[in-house]
Write a protein that binds this ligand. Structure first.
Ligand code: FMN
Length: 308
C-alpha cells in the first residue's frame, strides 16, 4: 500500500487532509452529484464545486463553448445558483460524504468575497474555500483581481478575516508575474495556492465574420495549456512555502505526475472530465500504479522531485 495522503492547509487549525492528491476543478464537475453515477467519486482526494457568487447568475449569452486545437474555449460567465441556494440545497448532501468539498467563490467586489466567506464559515459539508481571483473587479474598471499583487492580496486578506476555513487562492495566468501574485496572497494569509485558471482567448466564426463566442472572449483550457500551467506551477512552488495545487490540461496520470514533480502537492482535473467522466479516477489509479512500479511508498517523495 502506498501513502497518497497530503495536508493542504498545514497552517490552519482545521487543516485540509486529503487521502490522495486528486481533486476536480471548479466548473468542470458541477456539484459532484452529477457525476456520482459514473464512478465512486468518494475515492477522490477532494472536489471543488462550481464557481459560486453572492446572487444567482444566468451566465453569458450563447454560444459559450468552442473547441480548439487540443483544448476548448468557454465563456460560461459563472452561471450558478448563488450562495444561499448552495447552503440550503447542496451542503446537506455534502455533509454526508467522506469526500472533502471545497467551495469555489467569485465576486465583483472585495466585499462580495468577504460576505460569502463569512456566510460559508462553519457550514457543515464544507472543508475549505477556493477563491477565484480571475474575476473582473468592477470598481477597478474590470481588471482581474488576480492580475496584480495588491488587489489579489486585498481579496485574500478580507476572506482570511471572514472565515476560519482553509483558504485556497486560485491564481490567474493572465498576469505578467504570477510568482509575485503568489507571494502577495501567501503573505495575506492564504493556506494554499491553486493554479492555473483559464487563459484568455477567442475564436472567429468565418460564416458570420464575427466572434464565435457570445461574450467575444473566453477562457482556454485543456491539453493546449499544460506546458504553460506546468511552468507557472514550477515558478510559484519555488516562490512560496505553502502547498501548491497544480492544474491545467491534466488528462492522464503522467500529466499529473509532471505537476507533482514540478512542486504541486495536489492536482486538479478539469476539462478532461468532459471527454472522459472517469478521468479523475483514472488519474488517481495511474499515480498509484506509477508509485508501486517505482517502489515509492509516500507521495511526499515525489512532490517537487524535479526541483531538487
Ligand atoms: C466550462 C468551464 C467552467 C469553469 N468554471 C470555473 C469556475 O466557475 N471557477 C473557477 O475558478 N474556474 C473555472 N474554470 C477553470 C477550471 O477550473 C480550470 O482551472 C481550467 O479549466 C484549467 O484546467 P483544465 O485545463 O484541466 O480544464 C472553468 C473551466 C471550464 C472549462
Amino acid at each position: 500500500m502506498v501513502n497518497l495522503s497530503v495536508q493542504l492547509a498545514p497552517k490552519n487549525l482545521q487543516g485540509l487532509l486529503l487521502t490522495n492528491p486528486v481533486m476536480t476543478s471548479a466548473g468542470t464537475f458541477g456539484y459532484g452529484t452529477e457525476y456520482s453515477h459514473t464512478f465512486d467519486i468518494q475515492k477522490l482526494g477532494a472536489m471543488v464545486c462550481k464557481g459560486t457568487t453572492l446572487k444567482p447568475r444566468e451566465g453569458n449569452p450563447q454560444p459559450r463553448l468552442a473547441e480548439t486545437a487540443s483544448g476548448m474555449l468557454n465563456s460560461i460567465g459563472l452561471q450558478n445558483i448563488g450562495v444561499n441556494a448552495l447552503i440550503k440545497e447542496k451542503t446537506p448532501i455534502w455533509a454526508s460524504w467522506r469526500l472533502p468539498v471545497i467551495v469555489n467563490i467569485a465576486g465583483e467586489s472585495v466585499d462580495d468575497y468577504a460576505q460569502m466567506a463569512s456566510q460559508l464559515d462553519g457550514v457543515a459539508g464544507i472543508s475549505g474555500l477556493e477563491v477565484n481571483i480571475s474575476c473582473p473587479n468592477v470598481a477597478a474598471g474590470g481588471a482581474e483581481f488576480g492580475a496584480n499583487p495588491d488587489s489579489a492580496a486585498e481579496v485574500t486578506t478580507k476572506v482570511r478575516k471572514a472565515t476560519s476555513l482553509p483558504v485556497l487562492v486560485k491564481l490567474t495566468p493572465n498576469t505578467t508575474d504570477i510568482a509575485k501574485v503568489a507571494v502577495a496572497v501567501t503573505e495575506a494569509g492564504a493556506d494554499a495556492i491553486s493554479l492555473i485558471n483559464t487563459l484568455k482567448g477567442m475564436a472567429i466564426d468565418l460564416n458570420k465574420r464575427k466572434p464565435l463566442l457570445g461574450n467575444i472572449t473566453g477562457g482556454l483550457s485543456g491539453p493546449a495549456i499544460k506546458p504553460v500551467a506546468l511552468y507557472m506551477v514550477y515558478e510559484v512552488a519555488g516562490a512560496v512555502d505553502i502547498p501548491v495545487i497544480g492544474g491545467g490540461g491534466i488528462t492522464t496520470a503522467s500529466d499529473a505526475l509532471e505537476f507533482i514533480m514540478a512542486g504541486a502537492s495536489a492536482i486538479q482535473v478539469g476539462s478532461a472530465s468532459f471527454t472522459n467522466p472517469r478521468a479523475p479516477l483514472d488519474v488517481l489509479e495511474g499515480i498509484e500504479q506509477f508509485m508501486q512500479k517505482e517502489g515509492i511508498n509516500n507521495l511526499t517523495e515525489l512532490i517537487g522531485s524535479a526541483r531538487r
